[in-house]
Ligand binder design. Structure first.
Ligand code: MN
Ligand code: MG
Length: 368
């Protein structure tokens, strides 16, 4: 055989063996589960890609657009969960029209919760703005939600107990890297800023109180663990601040991420994007990995502009699940100039169009 041919054959052999050894070094493993956690936050009733003030389409907002990202992100993986991080009922004319003009019709479900039901959210956080229309409206709206709507740090004055469902432990069948099924218990807890007592004093005083977020978390996490939570996700309707902590701190994600037992933090409230350049030089923060204090954190802007994604790799050893890797990123619905990157979800659009149209007609009638 020609020398050159021999050399090529030898190189081919080498390259194949090296491929083999790479494949062998990262085999699919039993008991290793990749779990994707999806977040929307601070939707502020932005269901449609529409600007009610300018009365024209706006492709930088709207859950009908984010829904397309949700479907894609779900299809890419075997195991996923979807959460909303709060502030979803109020913030645009549709929200105002529903709460102050039309009301929720008997037997009808608020379009925001109808959308959450349609997209099959696993749990939803209550944000501070959910109180803006009063407790009666909120309680009536929540009744239409098929998934748990939760908060742990708002307490009933009368009962001195959490006013809402404080946390849930979701049982989900997940598939490991070898295709084997496991039942995973995912603890989900939610918090919001204590400033609600100032912001919504008229609606809340004498009825509820708000306890500091970090103290509440430290109280509940061991309880959730003792009730069998394998991993814990915090739906934290609070932003990211590096200021020293005190009981009145409004944005406490940095301190929540330090609490043992919390495995992932879905942030919100401040309408910013994490990971993102704003946090580039922040302490104990890795924007490439999407981590703060080594924990995965995500914040998906506001109004449905982005989908937040946390990818967890968890492993079962000696009967206990632990997170071996957690990273995050966000995906936008439009580019920086506002050009759409995704189409709207037609099913969701059809579902919420009636209230959208009513709102548009109402604005027209006012002559605005
Ligand atoms: Mn908000
Ligand atoms: Mg908020």
């Amino acid at each position: 055989m020609h020398k050159k041919t021999l050399l090529i054959l030898f190189l081919l052999f080498l390259s194949q063996t090296s491929f083999l050894s790479i494949a062998e070094s990262t085999p699919n493993q039993q008991g290793v589960v990749d779990l994707r956690i999806l977040e929307t936050t601070d939707l502020h009733a932005s269901l449609i890609n529409y600007d009610y003030y300018q009365t024209k389409a706006d492709n930088r907002i709207g859950l009908v657009k984010t829904a397309t990202l949700i479907r894609t992100a779900r299809n890419e993986v075997q195991n996923s969960l979807l959460f909303d991080d709060g502030d979803h009922l109020k913030g645009n004319p549709l929200g105002e029209y529903l709460a102050r003009i039309r009301g929720i019709h008997r037997g009808k479900i608020h379009p925001v919760y109808r959308a959450f039901n349609f997209l099959d959210y696993d749990a939803v956080a209550i944000g501070n703005h959910e109180f803006n229309y009063g407790l009666d409206f909120l309680n009536a709206a929540i009744k239409g939600a098929k998934m748990p709507v939760i908060n742990a740090n708002v307490f009933s004055v009368k009962k001195n107990k959490p006013y809402f469902t404080p946390y849930v432990i979701l049982k989900r069948n997940v598939v490991d890297q070898t295709g084997r099924k496991h039942e995973l218990k995912i603890g989900v807890i939610s918090f919001m800023p204590t400033q609600i007592m100032k912001w919504d004093k008229a609606n809340l005083e004498g009825k509820i109180t708000a306890k500091p977020i970090v103290d509440t978390a430290k109280e509940f996490i061991p309880i959730m663990k003792s009730k069998g939570a394998d991993i814990i996700v915090a739906l934290a309707h609070t932003g990211i601040s590096y200021e020293p902590y005190n009981a009145e701190s409004e944005n406490v994600v940095y301190y929540l991420s330090k609490i043992p037992g919390i495995d992932a933090v879905l942030a919100g409230h401040s309408h910013s994007v994490f990971p993102g350049p704003v946090y580039k030089n922040s302490p104990h923060t890795n924007i490439k990995m999407g981590q703060i204090n080594g924990k995965p954190v995500v914040m998906a802007g506001a109004f449905g502009s982005r989908l937040g994604i946390i990818d967890l790799r968890i492993q079962k050893s000696n009967g206990t699940w632990r997170v071996v890797k957690g990273t995050s990123l966000t995906r936008p619905i439009a580019d920086e100039s506002g050009n759409p990157l995704v189409r709207k979800d037609k099913g969701l659009y059809k579902l919420v169009k009636p209230e959208h149209q009513e709102t548009v007609d109402f604005i027209k009638k006012l002559g605005l």
